[in-house]
Design a protein around this ligand. Sequence first.
Ligand SMILES: Cc1cc2nc3c(=O)[nH]c(=O)nc-3n(C[C@H](O)[C@H](O)[C@H](O)COP(=O)(O)OP(=O)(O)OC[C@H]3O[C@@H](n4cnc5c(N)ncnc54)[C@H](O)[C@@H]3O)c2cc1C
Length: 302
Amino acid sequence: MRELVIIGAGPAGLTAAVYARRAGVDVLVCEGGMYGGQLVNTETIKNYPSYKTVEGWELARNMYLQAEECGAEFLYENVISVTEKDGVFTVTTDKQVIECLAVIIANGSKRKRIGCKGSDRYEGLGISYCASCDGQLYKGQPVAVVGGGDNAFEDALYLSALCTKVHLCAKSVTASEESVEAVKQKENITLYEGFYPTEIYGEMRVTGIKISDKKETDLDIPVAAVFTALGQTRDNAIFARVVVVDDSGYIIAAEDCATDTKGVWAAGDTRTKPLRQIVTAASDGATAATAASAYIIKKRKK
Ligand SMILES: Cc1cc2nc3c(=O)[nH]c(=O)nc-3n(C[C@H](O)[C@H](O)[C@H](O)COP(=O)(O)OP(=O)(O)OC[C@H]3O[C@@H](n4cnc5c(N)ncnc54)[C@H](O)[C@@H]3O)c2cc1C
């Protein structure tokens, strides 16, 4: 039987691992992808204390190495469910079943997908979720960006410095006036406001995108890549047997990160909170791990 299972190795999970190990608790971190979470898709971070600027991958690596040095164990498997019986939790991954005394859910959030014809087919074959990671691959070529928020506009600006042409497809524009103005100043960015993608097509890789405004205009635009910037979504249905989620899918937990189930904490972007950032995720990890460690140590004594 393990003592603490942490689900997710983003800033929240990695910080939780450091705090729980330093409290003398046995820690297993289950990570379905790459350690670092959203950090690995972030180019430069300018608001994490102690760094004027730091690359996302570098901060992720530092956090991971610190957790590993503290003695946390890592299991690269996707968690598919968590259940509880008589105070013991069963964490099921896609490969095995693990029993433990306490769980910290730190599974963050995922990027929203486009969901039009061809969007599944070309995932990873020209459809990207990270302009700063993949932009260089399309240097000197035309690309599309899908989304209407600040991230989409920032991606378009970033790509306009690399690509010959950026087609920005925004069903509705929610980006700040400053971002919109900056985009309008760029000669090689065209904003298609009110348009949404109807098809992404190609051969081995993406060669074009079809967009429509649902009224009379359908456009077919040759592009080498489609960058998706539609925001985040949560995948918390798998924890429905141990936590309650709000209407937006966030796990209901307050500043102490405790959920309705004794022995389960939720940390980072996955929980209800006003600010989803690296520093607040790390703070949650510390809070959740301190409470979970005290809970485990008390259980040991029984
Ligand atoms: C493009 C971009 C730029 C950003 N820039 C900044 C910035 O400059 N400054 C800032 O403070 N914040 C920034 N953020 C936000 C910040 O990255 C997040 O708030 C932070 O990463 C949240 O940390 P987390 O640990 O809660 O979740 P995440 O970072 O999302 O990590 C969650 C981890 O859990 C894993 N996971 C998910 N489900 C499962 C499962 N079922 N089983 C096992 N593992 C699972 C995921 O693979 C992931 O590794 C940015 C985000 C993005 C997307």
